[in-house]
Design a protein around this ligand. Structure first.
Ligand code: 3H9
Length: 706
């Protein structure tokens, strides 16, 4: 079905003895106030027309209904509310049938649950993903879903936020029928006529018996409660979902609805909801880089990867998973064999976890080829270089690519910090050179920094965004500078952590404070995981260009000099017992830190966790502001998406720039000015932060303005 631009958001049409109600609110038929009013009016009309014997609700365009309109959250409520709409549908005295195609999510599925009969066609995606937005299904979903499909299945849907297909929904009892074809209107009309001819009665989900076995319900709730307490650290809505299902089990329907409404409003008003909705919207905004509007992407049907190390292999897997044929180049047979082995290992890991079959692996690998000759890349549409991080090595690779690749091929580098303008300048086609900065493991991590050098043509940038979509990555447009967006910020906030450590906080306290903020790991756990030798090599390489007046904390070097590189050597900032990934604090490390403090002439002092977090976050945000100020990132939201998708920043805090707005920019600037008194070289307030404070504005105002 297609939608017309000025159509009313809900259209009613009599089709014989059936009232056909079409929700038509592009792009995703969200349940904004006009749609809610339209749906109530449609039900009233159905009640009023004697000729209408039943109601069929469908969605126009690509989806049934994607849920409540998230743009209305945080604004004054407008009547009718979505629970009112669902209740009105359920109360209708004539059978209400929904026919679902595309997304029936959140409030969209709640509309379906309130209807009396449900059909879905192949390709339908059903789910209650509110939890991912810091919410719970608040239009009766927590009360109706368990009654319809039982507490366990309902909890699983609501706590995971996952989408399920039509067949699974049928098995679960979420829908009554799966259409024979994907023509949702025809399927819906046929089903409705059949129900009418059978004199099918009005059948209300509130009366369904999914919770009749109260022992099974109570057991599912107990398991979910224990699991949620463990897994959903810091999150507000998951436990409330469990409470609501408990209410469904223990309270009459109307009371359960009231209970749900109160919990929903608590979630709606929480900063977590604001942060998670920001994260959702920001992830969509980053896809719309200026070049994606001004230029057409080049076609990408085949890819090459230069380098078969961990990064190259991960990138190859990401490309293979996107269905592309991939050619890997290595300098000799032994290196190529290692590259293949890396790719194999990734897939074997998935097979071991039951996420991939041997057959599927074989099919993917049938598209994988390796060569020691660059000539094998002659037909590739895109080549991604992932060789050793050294300018001369990279330039040599690009000279080869320039020699062998066909005109128009996109030539990408996966460098983490080298000057891509310099790489591009070395060859005859700088307009084709771009940065595609993947994060390790490259086939898993969602973030892809699309680094845009000065001379690249717009269609190459558009191609990079198009490729990111194929790879199911979240692309963020970044400018060229040392470390681009993410690693540049990381260098600064890690340095701030080192300063704290040298001044008296233990790495264990810093890690704990950062974890409590919501990060999965603290900075020293991350170093131990990645390998301390990586940062050490970079520090040594940069030693000659470092500002001799800048503060340099030597503690990490002292550990590396002992060969303590982290998990892989069983010692780093932590000690790791054989086979254990969790480390334990190491008194010898603490002694080394003490000695270093003494050598640096620092008398250690105590820090509270709050002081640690304030300083750590101030460093991160200040550098984020610099990155925006220098146009390395387009907007604050690009920084947020980068940190959330590549650096473990908790989505429920919305990224560092959103977080900065929540704590207030004047307070943040005051902190930075205070730190500046002790270390003016490190702590220079970002001009953008100063400007925003002077104007009384927020980072969010910049997201809106651009
Ligand atoms: C809820 O329902 C609460 C209720 O329980 C209780 C209430 C009382 N509202 O993702 P796309 C926009 S909470 C407004 O790129 P796709 C989106 O921002 C809601 N706008 O497309 C984008 O805008 P733009 C529970 C929305 O095809 C455009 O649509 N529902 C909404 O890749 C296209 O989006 C959810 O959490 C919305 N609800 O994927 C579902 N959804 O063009 C959230 C999307 O300006 N939505 N937009 O950038 C999705 O998961 C995906 O959008 C969907 C389509 C799968 C539907």
């Amino acid at each position: 079905m297609t939608s017309t631009p000025d159509a009313a958001p809900v259209n009613c049409e009599l089709r014989g003895n059936l009232l056909l109600v079409t929700v038509d609110n592009p792009p995703v038929n969200a349940l904004g106030v006009e749609v809610r009013r339209g749906l109530v009016a449609a039900i009233e009309a159905a009640e009023a027309y004697a000729v209408a014997k039943a109601v069929l609700i469908v969605g126009a365009g690509r989806n049934f209904i994607a849920g409540a309109d998230i743009r209305e959250f945080g604004k004054p409520p407008q009547m009718p509310t979505l629970p009112d709409v669902c209740n009105r549908i359920e109360a209708c005295s004539k059978p209400v049938i929904v026919a679902i195609h595309g997304a029936a999510l959140g409030g969209g599925l709640e509309i379906a649950l309130a209807a009396h009969y449900r059909l879905a066609v192949a390709g339908a995606k059903l789910g209650l993903p509110e939890v991912l937005l810091g919410l719970l299904p608040g239009a009766g979903g927590t009360q109706r879903a368990p009654r319809l499909i039982g507490a366990e299945a309902a909890l699983s849907l609501m706590l995971s936020g996952k989408h399920i297909g039509a067949q699974d929904a049928l098995k679960m009892g979420l829908v009554d029928r799966v259409g024979q074809s994907d023509d949702v209107l025809t399927e819906g009309l046929t089903y409705a006529q059949q129900l009418l001819s059978e004199h099918a009665p009005v059948r209300r989900t509130r009366d369904a018996q999914g919770l009749a076995d109260t022992d099974a319900g109570a057991a599912a709730i107990a398991v979910a409660r224990a699991d949620t307490a463990k897994k959903s650290r810091g999150l507000l809505s998951p436990l409330k979902i469990v409470d609501c299902v408990n209410a469904a089990l223990t309270l009459p329907f109307e009371d359960g609805l009231r209970f749900e409404r109160a919990r929903f409003i608590e979630c709606l008003d929480s900063p977590q909801r604001a942060a998670l909705v920001h994260a959702f919207q920001a992830e969509r905004q980053v896809q719309k880089a200026p070049e994606t509007r001004s230029a057409q992407p080049r076609p990408i049907a085949s890819a090459g990867v230069v380098g078969g190390g961990t990064m190259g292999a991960g990138i190859a897997v990401a490309l293979l998973d996107a269905g592309l044929p991939v050619t890997m180049i290595e300098r000799d047979d032994a290196s190529l064999a290692r590259g293949r082995a890396h790719v194999d290992k990734v897939y074997d890991g998935l097979i071991a976890k039951g996420r991939l079959t041997h057959d599927a692996k074989a099919k993917k690998l049938a598209r994988f080829a390796g060569s020691t000759s660059y000539d094998a890349l002659a037909e590739a549409d895109v080549v991604i270089e992932a060789v050793f991080e050294d300018m001369a090595v990279k330039q040599a690779v690009f000279a080869e690519l320039d020699r062998v690749c066909k005109p128009g091929a996109v030539l990408a580098t996966n460098t983490s910090y080298l000057d891509i303008d310099a790489i591009a300048a070395g060859i005859a086609r700088p307009q084709d050179v771009i940065g595609l900065h993947f994060f390790s493991p490259a086939h898993v991590m969602k973030l892809l920094e699309v680094v845009v050098p000065a001379r690249v043509s717009a269609d190459v940038v558009a191609t990079a965004f198009d490729l990111a979509k194929k790879l199911r990555k979240v692309p963020v447009r970044a400018g060229v500078c040392d470390g681009f967006i993410g690693n540049r910020m990381l260098a600064v906030y890690r340095a701030a952590a080192d300063h704290l450590m040298e001044e008296g906080a233990s790495p264990y306290q810093i890690d704990k404070a950062v974890r409590e903020l919501g990060f999965p790991m603290g900075p020293y756990q991350v170093i131990d995981l990645a390998g301390g030798d990586i940062g050490w090599a970079t520090r040594k390489r940069r030693a000659s260009t470092r500002d001799p007046n800048a503060r340099y904390v030597q503690i990490p070097d002292r550990l590396c000099e002992r060969g303590w590189f982290g998990q892989k050597t069983s010692r780093g900032f932590y000690r790791y017992e054989a086979g254990q990934r969790a480390g334990t604090p190491d008194p010898e490390v603490e002694a080394i830190i003490d000695a270093e403090r003494e050598r640096a002439g620092i008398t250690p002092r105590a820090f509270s966790d709050e002081q640690i977090v304030r300083r750590y976050m101030a460093a991160m945000i200040n550098e984020g502001a610099n990155v925006i100020h220098e146009r390395i990132a387009l907007r604050p939201l690009d920084v947020d998406v980068t940190l959330m998708n590549g650096f473990g920043f908790p989505a429920w805090r919305g990224g560092p720039m959103h977080y900065a707005d929540t704590i207030g920019l004047p307070a943040l600037l005051a902190d930075i000015r205070e730190f500046e008194k002790r270390d003016p070289l490190f702590w220079k307030p970002s001009p953008l932060l100063v400007e925003l404070v002077e104007r009384g504005e927020t980072f969010a105002s910049l997201n809106r303005a651009m």
